[in-house]
Design a protein around this ligand. Structure first.
Ligand SMILES: Nc1ccn([C@@H]2O[C@H](COP(=O)(O)OP(=O)(O)OP(=O)(O)O)[C@@H](O)[C@H]2O)c(=O)n1
Ligand SMILES: C[C@](O)(CO)[C@H](O)COP(=O)(O)O
Length: 233
């Protein structure tokens, strides 16, 4: 039976957030973002094995935030893709080629259990792999270098890629092995696409926000509160 591995890249600096610490350690309802994200993943996949990518000697990290019994710390790389590659390397020899690997940004603490389970269910009959995504809802403009509109892009069949993104270990290893730093691989799906394959888009919730800029932290707070309110019914 194939196993489930979770890779959580958490070795970024959060430069766009302009905070006094990496954004995964900013406080959200009394806990760091990282603790929320790991708790959400644990709710859905308590039996999985977690690879947590952290910067070397990360002074902010506290293992008390990790609810998983099976987990390991992996040293992150220069870019997100390098961190994920390091995590794959760390499980070489243990993971089977057809084990599932889900990669989820630490900066997405609002992902719901329902979306996580929907993605897992979609993977069951999916040979290539799949990711959570949402259809573009705004009118999309392509800009010139000077910040003026060059043209309006059709938003038909245009999606925002979210995480988690799930692939078989063997395929993901191959895809990231082929990707070079000039390829601008900002997610796992694009590395798999570069092999000529088409991962499946699984419609997720728009509130699976990636905390990126300062205004996103209060937004995440509102989302968590609204999700809790919804659960109470
Ligand atoms: N070398 C890196 C860079 C990013 N990440 C992780 O990849 C995810 C998505 O990246 P992004 O939102 O760009 O995070 P940062 O790189 O931290 O942000 P910024 O680009 O603003 O510095 C985050 O969970 C981040 O911690 C990582 O593990 N290793
Ligand atoms: C993987 C990702 O979250 C998909 O939306 C995103 O590409 C990562 O963000 P980055 O800023 O490009 O690292």
């Amino acid at each position: 039976m194939s196993r489930l591995w979770l890779i959580v890249p958490a070795a970024g600096q959060g430069n766009r957030m302009q905070a006094d610490r990496p954004k995964q350690y900013l406080e959200l309802e009394g806990r760091p973002v990282l603790a929320h994200t790991l708790a959400r993943l644990y709710q859905a996949f308590p039996e999985s094995c977690l690879c947590l990518c952290l910067t070397e000697g990360d002074p902010w990290f506290d293992p008390v935030w990790v609810p998983f019994t099976q987990w390991r710390r992996v040293t992150g790389g220069l870019e997100r893709v390098d961190s994920v590659r390091n995590a794959l390397q760390s499980i070489a020899g243990e993971a089977d080629e057809d084990d599932w690997v889900l990669v989820h940004d630490v900066a997405r603490p609002c992902v719901t259990r329902e979306d996580l389970l929907a993605l897992q269910a979609a993977l069951e009959d999916e040979p290539v792999g799949a990711l959570l995504a949402v259809p573009a809802a705004d009118t999309m403009k392509r800009a010139s270098d000077t910040g003026r509109i060059r043209h309006t892009e059709s938003r038909e069949r245009l999606w925002h890629a979210l995480t988690p993104q799930g692939f078989r270990y063997g395929l993901l290893k191959k895809a990231l092995g082929h990707a070079s730093s000039s390829d601008n691989v900002t997610d796992e799906a694009s590395a798999v696409e570069a092999l000529g394959l088409s991962p499946r888009l699984v419609t997720g919730r728009r509130d699976n926000l990636k905390i990126t800029r300062p205004e996103d932290l209060p937004l995440a707070r509102h989302i968590l509160a609204a999700q809790r309110e919804n659960e109470r019914g």
